[in-house]
Structures are given as structure tokens and as C-alpha cells.
Write a new protein. Structure first.
Length: 583
């Protein structure tokens, strides 16, 4: 039997030494409901983002000046942590910010009325004794590093209301990064759950940022449970606030093993509409698409053009299915193929590639997502160790279950090992279905009566949503569509769509790459981490990394630039076990 994925690589939470690692405050004496969620709400995203950190449990002793001087910033990660913070510790923490440039991010915003005065005075906060509840966060502007990539006027609706402290006033120089909406719906909810509430509708500060003396502070006004999947969770629209708040506030230089802003493009259900000339349009815009084909329906005379694109490194050609209802790795709607049929299917695929003169990509995108367990050895024998499948393998379409993929349990933005065979790596970077149909052209073309016209402006906005969500959440982005929808567009429409998309995501330094490059890099990040990060003079930085990677990595280096932050990327060679880097 294959071993479980955690026996290969456990997605552990390795902690980091050094004065450029984060100090994450917790208290195991807190209630179970507060301590149990810290991993999901804070530690897993820090691990996913590649931010070096270590825990300090206040149950083990008091904060000291030495501890605060030997970290890049302090993260208050746990709800109701105020009960464990003594007034002298709060004064010590505030002094470290003001006098010695410590960064502070407080996610424990739902308990602000009970926080020590020394911490509230950093922003001169006046907080109402009673909280309110809101299920909608609003971004009114995006001129600060923390909200730079979030569209102004955009909002994110939560699954259920979250506790929000009412910040009535704050000091000069403090900037509102986001607001909590308190409208009719939210007020009706609050009046049934919070005594004495009779507030006017409006918006309340939800995230505040300020330079405080030598240091920087970001104060969240809502409960850290916002980052729990029951309320919103990670990977669903607000992660830019989470990690950019940390990157803005901490002592610099600060380094993380983040995902570069990789963007891929995938076309499913391909049979050669436009004679695949849309691939020319994509390559002229520097995209490297993965085009998944119904191999029995692709005209043989298109093979020379397909081979030319592949040889030039401009496109990859995937065997998506034999035809619409004839799948390669699974008997559609029935179950596993027997071994003889499975061997015949893969032999047919091999002949298709041989006749075309190009090789299969290492990532397999199978039609309908039905993949049989018996197919796995056939994939590995062909070097196809990346398989995109948001559900468990070996299941009929209508019985499929999401297996809570790492890191956030989503079946949209994820990367993980298949539990049936951990040598196969599964990853995806598309839109989650509960937010929007993953195909970014859905509702934008006349195909299937989706839309009265071919609306390329709407198509660009939808594709931009996919890119923003993935990149802001620390994943590579995958713009996904189907050839049927490209087929009802003119080639000029496709070019117009991509041109408009460039404008929609102009604030991202995009890197348009092939899926294999994105997959290789994702896996390499997953299997490496920073074990120590030190800066002696706030200029030179010394890092120690551990793990294993077959491809070179890049480190995201954050440096202060006035009151904002500049990000640059520094290369790291592939390594095995350990690596030391000086920047």
C-alpha cells in the first residue's frame, strides 16, 4: 500500500531563528476555541507564504526586551490574548515599537476594549465597550502598500458575521486600510445578539496602519476568526491584507520564500478551433498556454503547427480525453477501466504524441476530473507526476468529495500530495466555484447563450479576478477557459481580451509562464523553508534554508521605501538539505 502523504512530507510548521523572523504570540492557557484555531488562521498561512516565524507561548513566561529586540515583528495571533498580557509587558511592547522600530500586527481586534492602554495609545485608539457584528469588509481606496492590489470600492462578503470592535477615533497619521460595513442587515443581526446596540448605519474602521515612532503598527478591528473557514478563511479574497500588513510593518530587510507572481493559461476541450491560431495570439502576448485536447477530434494536419509551438517553448499540448465522453483514465460515469482497456487508451495517447512529434506535459488535466486509481502507474511511467484534480481519485463525478487539500482545504487554490500515491503532486490555481465559475469566459461570450454579445471587457475583469485572488493568496494564478468559447470569438477579440486584462492587473509585476514551471516552483517552495534569518546592520542579511529543491528559487526581499515598501527578488540555487545565503 502507498504511504500516506504526511509520511513523505508533513507540511510541518518549522520555526525560524534570528532577528528577522516573526515572533508569534499565543497562550495555551486560553480556551480551547481560541487556541485550536491558531494553526488554521495564522500558522498555516505563515508556512504557506514562506514567512519565517517562531512561537512564544505566554504561558511559559513573560515577554522580555531581549526577545523583542531579536525578532522582526510581533504577531498577536490568538483571540482574547489580552488576558495573558500584563500592563508591564504591554508597555515593553509599545516601547519596542516606538523606540526600537519593532513591527506589530495585532489580529486580536475583536477584544480591543480590554487591551492594555499602552497598546491602544500607539494609535490613540478610542474604542467603544460594545462590539458590533459585520459580514462585509469594504476597500474604499488602494493607495497604501497593504491594500495596493485590492480594487477600490470592492467588498468581500463573509459566510457569517464576525465580531468587530467599534473604533470611535484614532490618532493623526493613522490610515484606514479597510472598513467593516454596518448596514441594515448587519444592524438587524447585531440587535439580536449584542445588548444595547442601536447604532447608525455606516462603516467602521476594520484595519488601521500607522508609523509609531521608529516602528510600524497594523491593527485589525475584527476577531481573528475571520481567517477561519467558518467565517471566511484564507484564499478567498482578503489574504493581501494578512500578509502585506506583516510585510509593511516588520523590521527590514525582511525575507520570505513567497511564490513569484506566476500566471499560467489553460484551454480545455480543444479540437483545433481557429486551426489553433489562437495559440499565435496567446504567444504574441507572451502567454505559454497548456492546451488540453480531445485527441480523436484534432485534425492530423494541425500537427506541424502544434509541434512548432511546442519546439519554440510557446505551448504545451495535453491529452485531455479521447473525445467528449470517452475519457482516458476512467470509464465516464461507470468506474475504473480494466487493465487492458486502460493500456489501450494510453497506447493510443502515446501514438498521438509520436505522430505529432511533441511530448506530453508533466501535468495531466483530464476531462471531467474523473481519474481512476489504476491509471496512476501509467502516468508515472510517462513522467507525468503532476495531476490537477480538485477531488479524490477513483470517484464517479456525482460522488466526488473534496479531500481538504493543503494549505486551506480548498479545491481551487491548493497544492498537495495525492493520498493514494504521494509520488503524484496535485495543484491548482483557478477560481473557487463558490465565488465564481472557474472558466473566466463564462457569461462573457455568445456561446451557449451565455451573453447577448462577446463582452471582452467583462472577460478581462473576470480573468483579473482569478489573477488577483491567486497572487494575493500566495499561489500561482491560472487563467482557465474552454476552446468552445474561444471558438465564437474572432482572433482580434481574443487579443482585445488579453490587452484589456493587462490594464486590469497592471499593479502586479506578472510573469507569464508555462504550467510546468509554475508546478515545479510550487513543489520546490513546499519542500523548503527558512530556518534562520539574521541582519546585523539592517543592511546585510544572512539566511539558512532547509529542504530540497530541483529548481532554483527566488527570495522575496522587502525593504522600506519611505513610508511604503519595496519588494525585489533574489535568486537562490537549487539545493539539497541545507543552503546558506547572504544578501
Amino acid at each position: 500500500m502507498p504511504s500516506a502523504p504526511h509520511s513523505l512530507l508533513p507540511h510541518e510548521h518549522p520555526q525560524s531563528l534570528g532577528n528577522r523572523a516573526l515572533l508569534v504570540l499565543v497562550d495555551r492557557r486560553g480556551g480551547y476555541t481560541d487556541t485550536d484555531v491558531v494553526s488554521e488562521t495564522t500558522l498555516v498561512p505563515l508556512r504557506h507564504l514562506g514567512f519565517p516565524y517562531r512561537l512564544f507561548d505566554l504561558a511559559d513566561g513573560r515577554l522580555t526586551a531581549e526577545q523583542l529586540d531579536s525578532c522582526a515583528g510581533v504577531i498577536v495571533a490568538q483571540a482574547h490574548l489580552t488576558a495573558a498580557l500584563s500592563p508591564p509587558e504591554a508597555e515593553l511592547l509599545a516601547a519596542a515599537v516606538i523606540e526600537r522600530g519593532l513591527g506589530l500586527v495585532n489580529f486580536d481586534g475583536g477584544d480591543l476594549p480590554r487591551y492594555p492602554a499602552a497598546l491602544l495609545s500607539l494609535m490613540n485608539l478610542e474604542v467603544d465597550r460594545l462590539p458590533v457584528a459585520s459580514d462585509r469588509l469594504l476597500i474604499t481606496h488602494n493607495d497604501h502598500f497593504i491594500n495596493w492590489t485590492l480594487p477600490p470600492g470592492g467588498s468581500v462578503r463573509l459566510k457569517r458575521p464576525i465580531t468587530v470592535s467599534q473604533i470611535r477615533s484614532y490618532g493623526r497619521g493613522t490610515v484606514e486600510i479597510a472598513q467593516a460595513v454596518v448596514g441594515k442587515d448587519q444592524l438587524i443581526f447585531a440587535r439580536h445578539h449584542i445588548p444595547g446596540t442601536a447604532y447608525e448605519p455606516g462603516q467602521l474602521p476594520a484595519v488601521l496602519a500607522a508609523v509609531c515612532g521608529q516602528g510600524r503598527v497594523v491593527q485589525f478591528a475584527f476577531s481573528p476568526r475571520l481567517w477561519h473557514a467558518d467565517f471566511l478563511g484564507h484564499g478567498l479574497g482578503l489574504d493581501a491584507l494578512f500578509w502585506r500588513a506583516i510585510a509593511w510593518s516588520v523590521r527590514k530587510p525582511f525575507v520570505a520564500t513567497m511564490m513569484p507572481p506566476y500566471v499560467t493559461l489553460r484551454v480545455d476541450d480543444a479540437i483545433g478551433r481557429h486551426d489553433f491560431r489562437y495559440a499565435d495570439v496567446l504567444s504574441q502576448r507572451d502567454y505559454h498556454p497548456l492546451i488540453s485536447c480531445f485527441i480523436e477530434q484534432v485534425p492530423a494536419d494541425l500537427a506541424p503547427m502544434m509541434r512548432a509551438h511546442w519546439e519554440a517553448g510557446q505551448a504545451d499540448w495535453d491529452a485531455h480525453a479521447l473525445s467528449y465522453y470517452r475519457l482516458i483514465p476512467f470509464d465516464f460515469g461507470v468506474g475504473e477501466y480494466d487493465e487492458s482497456q486502460l493500456a489501450a487508451n494510453f497506447d493510443q495517447v502515446d501514438r498521438w504524441y509520436a505522430a505529432g512529434g511533441f511530448r506530453p506535459p508533466r501535468t495531466a488535466y483530464f476531462h471531467w476530473g474523473e481519474i481512476g486509481l489504476r491509471a496512476l502507474p501509467h502516468l508515472k511511467a510517462r513522467g507525468r507526476n503532476y495531476v490537477y484534480c480538485p477531488y479524490q481519485l477513483g470517484q464517479l463525478k456525482w460522488e466526488r468529495q473534496p479531500p481538504h487539500w493543503w494549505p486551506y482545504g480548498l479545491n481551487s487554490l491548493f497544492y498537495d500530495y495525492h493520498p493514494d500515491d504521494p509520488e503524484l503532486y496535485n495543484l491548482g490555481g483557478s477560481l473557487p466555484r463558490n465565488l465564481m465559475e472557474p472558466d473566466v469566459l463564462t457569461g462573457c461570450t455568445v456561446w451557449g447563450g451565455d451573453n447577448p454579445t462577446n463582452d471582452m471587457t467583462k472577460a478581462a475583469q473576470r480573468a483579473a479576478t482569478a489573477i488577483r485572488l491567486a497572487l494575493d493568496s500566495g499561489f500561482f494564478a491560472e487563467v482557465t477557459t474552454h476552446e468552445q468559447k474561444l471558438g465564437v470569438l474572432q482572433l482580434g477579440d481574443i487579443d482585445s481580451w488579453l490587452a484589456r486584462l493587462e490594464g486590469e492587473v497592471a499593479r502586479y509585476p506578472l510573469r507569464l509562464v508555462g504550467h510546468e514551471q509554475a508546478a515545479d516552483y510550487t513543489k520546490a517552495r513546499d519542500e523548503t523553508w527558512i530556518t534562520a534569518s539574521n541582519s546585523v546592520d539592517s543592511q546585510m542579511l544572512t539566511l539558512e534554508l532547509a529542504g530540497h529543491t530541483n529548481v532554483p528559487l527566488e527570495l522575496a526581499v522587502f525593504e522600506n521605501d519611505g513610508q511604503t515598501v519595496r519588494e525585489r527578488w533574489c535568486p537562490v540555487p537549487a539545493f539539497d538539505q541545507t543552503c546558506q545565503v547572504t544578501l
